[in-house]
Design a protein around this ligand. Structure first.
Ligand SMILES: Nc1ncnc2c1ncn2[C@@H]1O[C@H](COP(=O)(O)OP(=O)(O)OP(=O)(O)O)[C@@H](O)[C@H]1O
Ligand SMILES: [Mg+2]
Length: 456
C-alpha cells in the first residue's frame, strides 16, 4: 500500500482524535478506533493489554483521574506503510497540569500499527512508553547524568559519614564522662571503706589507750606515795612499802609500754590500709589477712551497731599457699562480704523484739544466734575463701542482681549497693570469681575463688 498525501491526512486526523479521546477519557470513542484483539503495551512490564475491552477498562481506571490534565507537545509524528499496515511513530514532550500550571513531565514515545478493516482504519497494536528519562537527544546512555547522580550519591554518603563520625565522637565523649564518673565513684567507695576501717581501728585503739591512761594515772599516785614515804625521818620510813611501790610502778610502766606498742601496731596497720589503690601486688598469707579482716570488720560493725553479738568461727586451711595479691583490694572485698554477712544475720534478730514481731506466725528461729563462719581452702589450682552467715538468705528473685552496681535492699542511706559490684571487679582483676549459695531462712555463703600462681 502506498501512503498518499490524502491517506496521510486522513490518518493524521484519526490519530489526533484517538489521542483526544484518550486524554479526555472518552472511553467509548477511544475504543471505537480499535480492533477487538487490539494489543497495547505500556512502559512497565505489567502494562500489557490483550483486547480493546482491557485497554478501555484501564483508561477509565487509571487515566480517568487525570482526564484533561495530560498533553503531548512538540510532537514529531512519522508515518510509513509496511505491506497493508500503517506504522505511526511519534515522539513528543509530555506535559501535565499540576494545580493549574502545565509542567514538563517526560519524553514520550508512541508506536502504533493500523490496519484497514472494511471501510475504516483501526488500531491493531500500540506501544506507549516513557523512555529512559535520563537520556538526552543523541545519546544512547545518559553517562553524564549518571555520573552527576553518582557524585550526588557520593556526597550524600560523605555527609552521612560525617554525621556518623560526629555521633561516634559524641558517644566517645559520653563513654569518657562515664569512665570518669565511675572512677570518682570508685574513689568515693574507697573513702567509704577507709571510713569503715577507721571506725574499727578507732575502737581497737581506744582499748590500749584506756590502759595507758589508767596505768599512768595510777603510777603517778604511786610516785606521790613513794615521795611521802621517803620524806619521813629515818626510822619512820617503811622500806618494804617503798620496795612494793617501786615494783608496782615498774609493772605499770611495763603495761603502759605493752599497750603503747599495741596502739602503735594498730596505727601502722591503719596507715597500711589507707594506701588503697596503689595496685601493688604482694605475696600475702591469706589466712592471716582473713583473720585480720574478720576482727577489723567485726569491730567496725560493733562500733556502729550497739549490743550486737555475733559468734565468729574461723577455719583456716594451713596448707594454703601464699598468694600474690593487692592486699588492700582483697581486704576491701573481705570487708564488704563480711559486713554483708554481719548485716544479714543480725537483721533477723529484730525477731527477738516481740513488739515488732509476730512470734506465733514466725518462720524464723527466734533463738538463732547470729553466726558468721570464715573458712579458707586449698583446692590445688585455686584457693577459696568462704564467708557463711545464718541470716535470712538471698531471695531467688534478686540473686541475679546483687552484683549489679547500686543494687541494694538496705534502707536508704545505709548502703550504696556498690560493695559486691566492686568486689566482683577486684576479684575479676585478680583472675578469680565470686560465687554465692543461699537458702531461705538458713543463710548464705559467698565464695571467693582465686587462681594459684604456679611460680610461687
Ligand atoms: N550475706 C547476704 N545475705 C543476704 N543478702 C545479701 C548478702 N550479701 C549481699 N546481699 C544482698 O545483696 C545486696 C547488694 O550487696 P552490696 O554489698 O553490693 O551492697 P549493700 O551491702 O547493699 O551496700 P554497700 O555494700 O554499698 O554498703 C544487698 O543489699 C543484699 O540485698
Ligand atoms: Mg555491702
Amino acid at each position: 500500500m502506498e501512503l498518499t498525501k490524502d491517506l496521510e491526512e486522513e490518518l493524521k486526523q484519526l490519530y489526533e482524535i484517538f489521542f483526544e479521546s484518550l486524554f479526555h477519557v472518552d472511553t467509548k470513542r477511544y475504543m471505537s478506533f480499535m480492533t477487538d484483539d487490539f494489543k497495547q503495551i505500556g512502559t512497565t512490564l505489567e502494562e500489557v493489554w490483550f483486547s480493546k475491552n482491557e485497554s478501555g477498562k484501564y483508561l477509565e481506571k487509571n487515566v480517568g483521574p487525570v482526564a484533561g490534565k495530560i498533553e503531548f507537545r512538540n510532537r514529531d509524528i512519522n508515518m510509513e506503510a509496511v505491506d497493508n499496515l500503517m506504522v505511526i511513530i511519534e515522539q513528543a514532550d509530555c506535559f501535565v497540569n499540576i494545580d493549574g500550571i502545565w509542567a514538563y513531565y517526560d519524553k514520550v514515545r508512541v508506536s502504533s500499527l493500523l490496519q484497514k478493516k472494511e471501510t475504516d482504519w483501526k488500531f491493531v497494536q500500540q506501544h506507549i512508553s516513557f523512555p529512559d528519562c535520563r537520556t538526552d537527544q543523541g545519546q544512547t546512555v545518559a553517562l553524564e547524568k549518571i555520573t552527576a547522580e553518582n557524585i550526588q550519591l557520593r556526597d550524600a554518603v560523605k555527609r552521612r559519614t560525617v554525621d556518623l563520625e560526629n555521633t561516634n565522637q559524641e558517644l566517645e565523649n559520653t563513654i569518657l564522662k562515664l569512665k570518669s564518673t565511675q572512677s570518682q565513684l570508685i574513689q568515693s567507695e574507697k573513702m567509704a571503706s577507709l571510713g569503715q576501717l577507721t571506725a574499727g581501728i578507732a575502737h581497737e585503739i581506744q582499748n590500749p589507750l584506756n590502759f595507758v591512761n589508767n596505768f599512768s594515772e595510777v603510777s603517778a599516785e604511786l610516785v606521790e606515795e613513794l615521795k611521802v614515804e621517803r620524806s619521813k625521818v629515818d626510822g619512820k620510813r617503811d622500806e618494804i612499802l617503798e620496795g612494793e611501790l617501786l615494783d608496782d610502778i615498774a609493772q605499770n610502766l611495763e603495761k603502759i609500754n605493752h599497750h603503747g606498742k599495741r596502739a602503735d601496731a594498730i596505727v601502722k596497720g591503719m596507715l597500711e590500709h589507707s594506701k588503697t589503690g596503689s595496685g601493688e601486688k604482694e605475696l600475702t598469707d591469706i589466712n592471716k589477712l582473713a583473720g585480720e579482716y574478720l576482727n577489723l570488720a567485726y569491730q567496725s560493725f560493733k562500733s556502729k551497731n550497739e549490743g550486737v553479738d555475733i559468734k565468729l568461727i574461723s577455719d583456716f586451711d594451713p596448707s594454703l599457699p601464699k598468694m600474690e595479691i593487692v592486699r588492700s583490694d582483697i581486704g576491701k572485698v573481705l570487708l564488704n562480704i563480711l559486713n554483708n554477712a554481719f548485716y544479714a544475720c543480725t537483721s533477723t534478730s529484730i525477731s527477738t523484739d516481740p513488739s515488732k514481731f509476730d512470734i506465733q506466725n514466725s518462720k524464723f528461729d527466734i533463738q538463732k544466734k547470729p553466726q558468721v563462719t570464715v573458712t579458707t581452702k586449698n583446692s590445688g589450682n585455686t584457693i577459696q575463701i568462704s564467708v557463711s552467715d545464718n541470716g535470712l538468705g538471698i531471695p531467688h528473685s534478686i540473686k541475679d542482681k546483687i552484683f549489679q552496681p547500686f543494687f541494694t535492699t538496705k534502707p536508704s542511706g545505709q548502703g550504696t549497693g556498690l560493695g559486691l559490684s566492686l568486689s566482683h571487679d577486684i576479684i575479676k582483676a585478680h583472675g578469680g570469681t565470686i560465687e554465692v549459695t543461699s537458702e531461705d531462712n538458713e543463710g548464705s555463703t559467698f565464695f571467693v575463688i582465686l587462681p594459684v600462681q604456679k611460680n610461687h
